[in-house]
Design a protein around this ligand. Structure first.
Ligand code: ACO
Length: 406
């Protein structure tokens, strides 16, 4: 029943065996062998490997291979995969023209999604959903081109000329150079920044059936091609309750001046559920414990800011908010803990990314997960087109009323 005023059980009887599960809280949409989460214990594994081990020992491209192909690559497999991705980082000049046509203040997530959608038009012979070779080629193209598109979107927003990829660099260093470098000038990639960003991409690489991944699967379940499905996933990620949370955390921290009074006032507003006021970067549909990714990010935030010599008072405010929340009944009772995005924004800011780019970074990290999930679904004989039912609560049958009688 609840707030709707409708008797849901009566409605369900009328609708037959339909289950009403708003937000899919208890409904599994598929079987998957990619990512395991135990939300109560705070466990996350990709293909069986614990996230903390991958974050410490692996690289983003190696993890991408693991997610997409199911096993860690041998040295030779990794070299081949890396070489293939490096070969495809360039964009067609016509696509560059299309990017140039966006207004300068366009949100880079919109540019990213539109460009990925447009990519499909440049490879009309690679849109098959059954030809494994074509799908593999499209996967590699996406992995290679998304960072280039992201860097171009950033350059556009700054009114600066774009840089071609330098494929002697690894994927992350290449992206950093295209984002922050200037034509005709040397750009030295800071290894601390490059390593930290690589690790953040690993932490974002997959998270089973979250909002954007479910979107990728749902769009793909209608047999839409990989580019179209990923483009839809990018839009799903852009919302502040999902990937947009990393920008929203900084917007929230901007509003708090750091004094004890101000922090307390903000927490009261959150707990009073003032419209639109949440502790952003806190809470998760699945984790009812500390998000294991957040624990790693928090450590990285300290390390990166220290190594870069950045003293950001917003890190102190964030830690103060976390300290209060972890002891406060409101958060304890609801099992609300920091999620992956509570501290990422502070790192991205220290690296020099503008707030608008934060969610774009999430998309680059999440891409191999989307690709792996789309491919797993396409290869699963049990896959059907996604088509949820509803519980109808509108008018019962009524006769048409002529215009002169309304
Ligand atoms: N601040 C304050 N209260 C919160 C928060 C928060 N961040 N998150 C949840 N709550 C409260 C809700 O108001 C609700 O209270 P109630 O029981 O009194 O009604 C209770 O906790 C349960 O929350 P729901 O919104 O029902 O949980 P749901 O699973 O639907 O939402 C979500 C999860 C969207 C992540 C939510 O916690 C949220 O909005 N968090 C802030 C945004 C955020 O950080 N998003 C990033 C998620 S991680 C990711 O996408 C990478």
């Amino acid at each position: 029943e609840g707030n709707s005023g409708y008797d849901i059980s009566a409605l369900l009887k009328e609708t037959g065996n339909t289950t009403l599960d708003v937000g899919f809280v208890n409904t599994a949409s598929c079987q998957s062998a990619i990512t395991y989460i135990d939300g109560d214990a705070g466990i996350l594994r990709y293909r069986g490997y614990p996230i903390d081990q991958l974050a410490k020992e692996s690289t983003f491209l190696e993890v991408s291979y693991l997610l997409i192909y199911g096993e860690l690559p041998t040295q030779q497999q990794l070299e081949e995969f890396t070489a293939r991705v490096s070969r495809h980082t360039m964009l067609q000049e016509d696509l560059k023209d299309l990017l140039a046509a966006f207004p300068r203040d366009a949100h880079p997530m919109s540019v990213l999604s539109a460009a990925v959608s447009a990519l499909g038009t440049f490879y009309p012979d690679a849109l098959s959903i059954t030809d494994e070779e074509q799908i593999d080629q499209s996967s590699v193209r996406l992995m290679a081109k998304l960072p280039t598109i992201a860097a171009y979107a950033h350059k556009k927003s700054q009114g600066q000329p774009t840089l071609y990829p330098d494929n002697r660099l690894d994927l992350v260093s290449n992206f950093l150079r295209m984002t922050f470098g200037v034509p005709a000038e040397e750009y030295d990639v800071d290894p601390v920044v490059s390593k930290a960003l690589d690790q953040l991409f690993i932490l974002h690489a997959d998270h089973e059936q979250n909002c954007s991944t479910s979107t990728v699967r749902l769009v793909g379940s209608g047999h839409a091609n990989l580019f179209a499905s990923i483009s839809a996933g990018i839009h799903a990620l852009s919302g502040p309750l999902h990937g947009g949370a990393n920008s929203a955390v900084l917007a929230m921290l901007d509003e708090i001046d750091g004094s004890d009074d101000d922090v307390d006032t903000f927490m009261k507003r959150v707990k009073n559920k003032e419209a639109g006021v949440k502790l952003m970067g806190f809470g998760h549909r699945v984790y009812k414990n500390y998000d294991p990714r957040a624990a790693i990010v928090k450590e990285t935030a300290h390390e990166v800011l220290q190594k870069m010599g950045v003293n950001d008072p917003q890190l102190d405010i964030a830690m103060r908010l976390e300290e209060i929340a972890l002891k406060d009944d409101y958060f304890v009772e609801r099992k609300l803990y920091p999620n992956v995005d509570f501290y990422t924004g502070l790192i991205y800011k220290a690296m020099g990314f503008p707030t608008d780019m934060f969610t774009v970074l999430f998309a680059i990290g999440r891409l191999p997960g989307w690709i792996a999930q789309w491919r797993e679904m396409m290869n699963d004989p049990a896959t059907k087109i996604g088509r949820p039912r509803q519980v109808y609560i509108g008018e019962t049958e009524r006769a048409y009323v002529g215009m002169n009688q309304r």
